[in-house]
Design a protein around this ligand. Structure first.
Ligand code: C2G
Length: 132
């Protein structure tokens, strides 16, 4: 019975997001998604997401392979969230390679980075739409 957890903003939801969530879900029985709050996103990227946190949460929660979603308010609180949700495995895209290895020392949770889907990102979609 593995509980998998992953984190992300999932703004302007696209196929790269679907694929990482599906692959994460296949590694266990339950998938819990920590969704970066609007405020956390503003701190990380200096701008608000295109979609509000409530709309992003509604999209993620509607996926059949997602068990539960909650708002991530701080990157440093990962170990606390992992304990709270009793997660056995943290999955992230490999753009975060090595960044969350510290979680393993603070919890019993394994950490795994999966390859990103090439050639698609929210930033690129925004650029393409802007140029239309
Ligand atoms: N992703 C992917 N392939 C893409 C784009 C994104 O596999 N082409 C993955 C990322 O690697 C990440 C997840 O989709 O694991 C969510 O990506 P973002 O919404 O960009 O998440 P980010 O803003 O990086 O937030 O605590 C960690 C942060 O909340 C992660």
């Amino acid at each position: 019975m593995a509980r998998v957890i992953t984190f992300g903003t999932f703004d302007v939801f696209h196929v790269g997001h679907v694929r990482i969530l599906k692959r994460a879900a296949e590694l266990g029985n339950e998938l819990i998604v920590g969704l970066s709050s609007d405020q956390l996103n503003f701190k990380k990227k200096g701008r608000l997401p295109v979609y509000s946190q409530n709309d992003r949460a509604e999209i993620i929660a509607s996926l059949s392979f997602v068990t539960e979603t909650f708002f991530e308010e701080s990157l440093e609180l990962k170990a606390e969230y992992i304990k709270q949700f009793n997660a056995d495995l943290l999955v992230m895209g490999d753009d975060w390679e090595g960044k969350f290895d510290w979680v393993k020392e603070k919890t019993n949770c394994e950490v795994l980075y999966l390859p990103r889907t090439p050639s698609i990102s929210t930033t690129e979609i925004i650029e393409v739409v802007k140029a239309l």
